[in-house]
Write a protein that binds this ligand. Structure first.
Ligand SMILES: [Zn+2]
Length: 242
């Protein structure tokens, strides 16, 4: 007889950003060391991303329906938070020093900030859209995965409309007709992108790329020493653990 297998807490999350509901379970003890890499502030951003992806990948129950490597970065990050809530705690404690200047000196009072992870949600700008109209056609864009988001952050201001369209345009529709971008070669795609009007390129940059959805964590608190009102705001997990 083998030892009984004790089931871990399991939950389901339905989000408009995923075609299928995501079924996830709590961390097991085996993942503890990877978990420490996520919260260690000395972990380089790239390694933290890998650690988050690895943990979430292990905790997704319906792996046949949900591919961790295809999840939009903000879905992956919120899923990690949700998994942490059922495994460890729904709070995260951050150590912060008051940066308010009094005279010429920084106040410097150490403050422990407690963030309630149950309040974290995905923030979508009212103007945001992932389907762009272009002369009777509809361009359907996909969201960057956490790896793509990191690569884009490295590129900084060097990201062009051409680059975004090449990376994120999945298919084009007009009425019933569908063109899958994966059916075409790179050269053909590039030529097509270059033929797009400037207004379409601007629409894509302004209403898709610049205001991509993100997780949003906001915490307001007062310094007990100087009374300064602080407001912390995070849009991704790397900022939380930096
Ligand atoms: Zn202070």
């Amino acid at each position: 007889m083998s030892l009984p297998s004790i089931p871990l807490t399991q939950r389901t999350w339905e989000t408009e950003f995923c075609k299928k509901p995501i079924v996830y379970k709590a961390f097991n003890i085996g993942l503890q060391s990877i978990l420490l890499q996520v919260s260690d502030k000395n972990t380089p951003a790239k390694d933290r991303i890998d650690a988050i992806r690895q943990i979430v990948g292990e905790c997704i129950v319906n792996k046949d329906e949900i591919d961790v490597n295809e999840l939009p970065s903000f879905v992956l990050e919120l899923l990690f938070i949700k998994i942490r809530c059922i495994s460890v705690s729904d709070e995260v404690r951050l150590n912060f020093k008051c940066t308010n200047e009094i005279g010429n000196k920084s106040c410097g009072t150490p403050i422990e900030v407690v963030i309630d992870l149950e309040t974290v949600d995905i923030n979508v700008d009212a103007e945001h859209k992932s389907v762009i109209d272009a002369g009777g056609f509809k361009l359907h864009l996909k969201y960057p995965t956490i790896q793509m988001a990191a690569d884009l952050a490295d590129l900084g201001d060097g990201v062009t409309a051409e680059h975004v369209i090449k990376e994120f345009l999945v298919y084009i529709t007009q009425g019933e007709e569908v063109w899958q971008m994966s059916d075409f070669g790179n050269e053909e795609k590039l030529e097509w992108v270059q033929g797009l009007g400037l207004d379409v390129q601007i629409d894509i940059m302004k209403n898709f790329f610049v205001n991509l959805p993100s997780i949003k964590i906001v915490k307001e608190f007062k310094c007990v020493t100087c009374g300064y009102d602080h407001k912390l705001e995070f849009n991704n997990l790397n900022q939380v653990f930096m």
